[in-house]
Design a protein around this ligand. Structure first.
Ligand code: HH2
Length: 258
């Protein structure tokens, strides 16, 4: 899953049209590089990030979704807002990736159920603005497992089929580096929930801590290493910034690991 952030802090600021054109170009490149899904988001969820308004989020992502739809690669929309989910599905996205696991917008669960689309439920506590103050656990694996199970319960109660749900431990979201490492090492426990597991380790702060690399853009090799380890632990989708390098590594790893 290639990460396509349509946010001014991820692309240099040249206005909406420049932002969209650059994202579309990056998306085409990721498709050529072998991405299996493109994850398109218009709101940064980095620790402390300020939420964007709905119309602004949609102005960013919808043209990019419309331009990249129908190119043979499914598009997911990375949003917590039901209005953006609906508009993105109308524009050609087919998967919802909600970092709040349907807890941010009360209308989201019914919308996803009604549209019968695949859904990624990511674990987080609090909001991107507050999450790092919630990074305390007695047993991070047991608590993330229980909280994801509860979110699956909410989705199913609204009418989402379990077969449509994937789960994600939410590395870095209300988690310290130690929590991220423990979750990756004990990832197979999450498979017990009967859903596919998505992992987003790419360029995150804990990769920088483990590797000693300060600049996020220079963390490709460490991210690939974490991704291959996540696959060996049962993950089936890797959310990554460096598609070509990850695809190359995964192809070799898959053949060797059988
Ligand atoms: N991480 C980020 C955003 N969305 N979605 C899922 N399912 N899993 C993740 O780990 C995940 C996610 C944050 O990463 P990034 O795209 O690098 O930052 P930003 O939110 O600023 O775009």
């Amino acid at each position: 899953m290639g990460v396509l952030n349509v946010t001014p802090d991820s692309f240099s600021d040249g206005g909406d049209a420049v932002l969209a054109a650059r994202a579309i170009e990056a998306g085409r490149r990721m498709i050529a590089e072998g991405a299996g899904i493109l994850d398109i988001g218009g709101e940064s969820t980095r620790p402390g990030a300020v939420p964007v308004f709905l119309d602004e989020e949609q102005r960013r992502v919808l043209p990019v979704i419309a331009a990249l739809a129908g190119r043979g690669v499914p598009l997911s929309v990375d949003t917590r807002n039901a209005g953006t989910m609906a508009a993105a599905l109308d524009a050609g996205a087919t998967i919802i990736n909600d970092v709040s696991a349907l807890s941010h917008d009360p209308a989201a669960a019914a919308l996803v159920a009604h549209r019968s689309c695949p859904l990624i439920l990511m674990h987080m506590r609090g909001t991107p603005a507050t999450m790092m103050s919630h990074a305390t656990y007695d047993d991070v694996v047991a608590e993330v497992l229980a909280e994801l199970a509860a979110r699956i319960g909410v989705a199913e109660a609204a009418g989402v089929a379990r077969s449509q749900i994937a789960i994600d431990p939410g590395l870095g979201f209300a988690k310290t580096a130690e929590h991220n490492i423990t979750l990756l090492q004990r990832l197979p426990i999450l498979l017990g929930l009967g859903c596919r597991v998505v992992v987003g380790a790419s360029r995150k702060r804990f990769i920088g801590l483990l590797s000693g690399v300060e600049d996020a853009k220079q963390r490709m090799a460490g991210s690939v290493a974490a991704g291959l380890y996540a696959l060996s632990q049962g993950a089936t989708v890797l959310r990554v910034h460096d598609v070509a390098e990850t695809v190359q590594a995964v192809r070799v790893w898959q053949r060797l690991a059988g």
